[in-house]
Design a protein around this ligand. Structure first.
Ligand code: C2O
Length: 337
């Protein structure tokens, strides 16, 4: 349905060319002579992982996640599973550092149709590594349920300064309500209901904006040789970027964002919105049927310490990846505006 040039190609990550464009962060991992394994979807042997709202975790679930993250932080600095190395993976794909295979052009994962896909793959491996560290094949990342009034402030598990899930620079916003896009009130008791309503309206508007159109939902096509940021989808600007800004400090700087553990809960919710969109009757068939979309590929370290090349076609269905989202109310879906 798109008039793309006959010789177009999907973008893929160059394993041998990553420029440390942010020298102070050293985003590129050392990939020296490592063999690359092609990702294969495994038949499901264990039960599906169920990602639950972060504010609703029970004590045991919260402790598991805290412990897994503490173990990840305690790994040697250069270990591919180390917390900062994992955060750097995001940085390498958003600082212009990673190059497209065989081309001296950066591989940027924001502002195009690969926004949802890359982040889904990233969280997939991150979750499995955490599960591996605590020997739990059912471990699931929580999601920050900021699209529901019950989840519109920083979830408690991220607020404890002594926890591995904290990021001390972020604490300023405390219990404040999040702003999903132009909704910041003054957090007085009187303004809270308005802010809540405004957030729900942002959700409704942004989700429905991309309801019937893959390009408006996913963002614009991005093929090998293209420049970065051809155009992002509706959700990417808000609520996605608004939440980054409002969470402040690391979260508000794209190259540092994944150094705050709340990044992963934020992106689990973004991923959940994609899964909701995909589950709407008729939308499944609106996933781009374009080989440059489906065959784009990224590199990640997996939970078996292998460097894996994963294609977009493998991340279209979360069940095939072994996880689902707990179903919670969607108070914005049928909102009257
Ligand atoms: Cu890769 Cu929320 O950004």
């Amino acid at each position: 349905q798109f008039g793309f040039p006959a010789r177009s190609k999907p973008v893929s990550t160059d394993p041998n060319n990553c420029l440390n464009l942010m020298p102070e962060l050293k985003c590129c991992q050392d990939r020296s002579p490592k063999k690359i394994v092609d990702f294969k979807l495994q038949p499901q042997s264990s039960p599906l992982r169920v990602r639950r709202p972060a504010h609703a975790l029970d004590t045991e679930e919260a402790q598991k996640y805290e412990r897994a993250t503490a173990l990840m932080r305690a790994l040697p600095d250069n270990h591919p599973w180390n917390f900062v190395q994992q955060a750097n993976t995001h940085c390498a794909y958003c600082s212009g550092s990673h190059r497209q295979l065989g081309l001296n052009i950066s591989f940027e994962i924001h502002g195009s149709w690969h926004f949802f896909t890359w982040h889904r793959a990233y969280l997939y491996f991150y979750e499995r590594i955490l599960g591996k560290l605590i020997n739990d094949t059912s471990f699931a990342l929580p999601f920050w349920n900021w699209d529901d009034p019950s989840g519109m402030s920083i979830p408690p598990i991220y607020r404890d300064n002594s926890s591995s899930l904290s990021n001390p620079t972020r604490y300023l916003i405390g219990l404040k309500f999040i702003d999903l896009g132009g909704c910041e009130g003054n957090n007085t008791v009187e303004s809270l209901p308005m802010q809540r309503q405004c957030n729900l309206q942002v959700m409704h508007r942004q989700f429905i904006a991309g309801f019937n159109s893959s390009s408006l939902f996913y963002g614009s096509p991005y093929r090998a040789g293209d420049n970065s940021f051809p155009g992002g989808g509706a959700i990417e600007s808000s609520p996605h970027s608004s939440v980054h800004q409002f969470t402040s400090s690391d979260m508000s700087i794209v190259t540092r964002a994944a150094r705050d553990p709340i990044f992963f809960a934020h992106h689990a919710n973004i991923d959940r919105l994609w899964a909701i969109w995909e589950s709407i009757p008729g939308n499944g068939s609106k996933v781009f049927n374009d080989k440059d979309f489906l065959e784009a590929s990224f590199l990640f370290w997996d939970e078996n310490m292998q460097l894996v090349r994963i294609m977009v076609r493998d991340v279209i269905d979360t069940r095939k990846l072994g996880y689902v989202y707990e179903q919670v109310p969607l108070p914005w879906m049928n909102l009257k505006t």
